[in-house]
Ligand binder design. Structure first.
Ligand code: T3D
Length: 259
């Protein structure tokens, strides 16, 4: 189906694997458009209730393919971001379903941004993150300038993005850049355990919570109180809410359908 992505769906979990392992899953033009397409598929497929994003081989993603960048020569990077990268990040943040990053190895440049745009990051102890842009004379892009200071604070964000150093998984955990660090051999199991939990969760409510948290970055308390009321009204009309109440009263586990 795709040249540079693996895409599979199992028990409500869509797994998208960046698949150019020999180049540490560097992102070329084709891969960005394939990723845009895969994100459209997971958005419209009601069977999908959670997405896992991971990389094939040793790395998660090394960012823009620098061989392609050299071949393309002098071009507009702004245009490249607007057409290729930004739609991916927007689609990830607007997807009303959780996205779990299975951080299997290094994430650099736009690859780091891709990881930070996920809702949950579970890292292998061998993984690392690097805002590598500065190492080639570029600035943060693909959302890193948005996500990084919110996750680590402005002092640390300046340091990490101007020095381009590699943040190892354990340090990333201390900084609040990843949710959990596991032994490399346990990564798939840890990701699958969490994804399986989301696959039977009240998906509509999770989608709404994601929207609320996105919005809260730029909202006042008054605006958020109104937005909470608006979203709760929607959640209150879902089948899953009815099932949640019923299951509570019947003293059993709810059977959420994501509707
Ligand atoms: O459109 C636009 O251009 C605008 C968008 C820009 C967004 C960006 O992402 S800019 C930032 C681009 N990425 C980088 O600058 C990262 C470059 N790579 C690295 O810094 C390092 O390779 C890593 C930190 C990712 C990993 O280091 P290490 O020592 O573990 O591995 P390595 O030996 O450097 O790399 C392994 C192989 O992957 C190697 O190939 P080889 O020599 O074994 O045949 C290396 O060339 C290749 N590779 C790694 N990153 C890229 C890459 N090939 C192409 N493009 C890459 N980005």
């Amino acid at each position: 189906m795709y040249e540079h992505l693996l895409y599979e769906i199992n028990n409500g979990i869509a797994t998208i694997t960046l698949n150019r392992p020999e180049l540490y899953n560097a992102i070329n033009t084709k891969l960005t458009f394939e990723l845009q397409d895969a994100l459209k598929q997971v958005a419209k497929d009601a069977e999908v209730r959670v997405v896992v994003l991971t990389g094939a081989g040793k790395a998660f993603c090394s960012g823009q393919d620098l061989n392609e960048a050299a071949e393309l020569g002098n071009r507009s990077l702004s245009e490249s971001l607007h057409k290729r990268y930004n739609p991916v990040i927007k689609a990830m943040r607007n997807l009303p379903k959780p996205i779990i990053c299975g951080l299997n190895g290094v994430a650099a440049g736009a690859g780091c941004s891709l990881a930070l745009a996920c809702d949950v990051i579970i890292a292998s102890a061998e993984a690392s993150l690097t805002e590598a842009f500065i190492n080639i004379g570029l600035v943060l892009d693909s959302g890193s300038a948005f996500f990084l200071p919110r996750m680590v604070g402005s002092l640390k964000a300046f340091e990490l993005s101007t020095l381009g150093t590699k943040i190892k998984a354990e340090e990333a955990l201390q900084l609040g850049l990843v949710n959990q660090v596991v032994a490399p051999e346990n990564l798939t199991a840890a990701v699958t355990t969490l994804a399986s939990r989301y696959a039977i969760a009240p998906t509509k409510a999770i989608g709404l919570i994601k929207k609320m948290l996105n919005k809260s970055h730029a909202a006042t308390l008054d605006q958020m109180l109104d937005y909470e009321a608006y979203c709760q009204e929607i959640a209150g009309h879902t089948q899953d809410f009815r099932e949640g109440i019923k299951a509570f009263r019947e003293k059993r586990k709810p059977n959420f359908k994501g509707q």
